[in-house]
Design a protein around this ligand. Structure first.
Ligand code: AMP
Length: 120
């Protein structure tokens, strides 16, 4: 799969990061996903994992996204290891839509850890 057009069309701040127009502290990148440090960390370690395909959030994801979403989930263990989260563990959060407080309308997983997190 090639996501060059999605990356060009992505009007969000994450599109700018994908295109290299603004800097980000990247941890991992492949043809499908990019992982980078959150600019306003909500835990000692806070990484965002995003698909390169334009998917606003999980409300609009469908069977056609199975491959890229599966890839994202399967890469979490590798990204967590790169972030130093493999031993202590981590939490994944995904905000979807207005009620969740989603600010950036491009699907992303928050990967949080590096300390004991408040009980959810
Ligand atoms: P959400 O509220 O779930 O949409 O999360 C958006 C996240 O993107 C927030 O945690 C922000 O701190 C983060 N964020 C926004 N702009 C940037 C940026 N330029 N680099 C890294 N993270 C960002």
């Amino acid at each position: 799969m090639n996501f060059d057009k999605d990356i060009q069309d992505n009007t969000t701040i994450f599109g700018k990061i994908l295109r290299g127009e603004i800097p980000a502290e990247k941890l991992y990148e492949d043809d499908y996903v990019l992982a980078f440090k959150d600019i306003m960390p909500k835990a000692r370690v806070h990484v965002l994992v995003i698909p390169k395909k334009c998917i606003q959030d999980l409300r609009v994801a469908g069977p056609e996204d199975a491959e890229i979403l599966g890839h994202m989930m399967c890469k979490i263990s590798e990204i967590a290891k790169l972030a130093g989260l493999d031993k202590g563990g981590f939490r994944i959060i995904s905000n979807n839509g207005e009620h969740s407080g989603q600010e950036v309308p491009h699907l992303h997983l928050h990967l949080l850890g590096g300390e004991f997190l408040p009980k959810f």
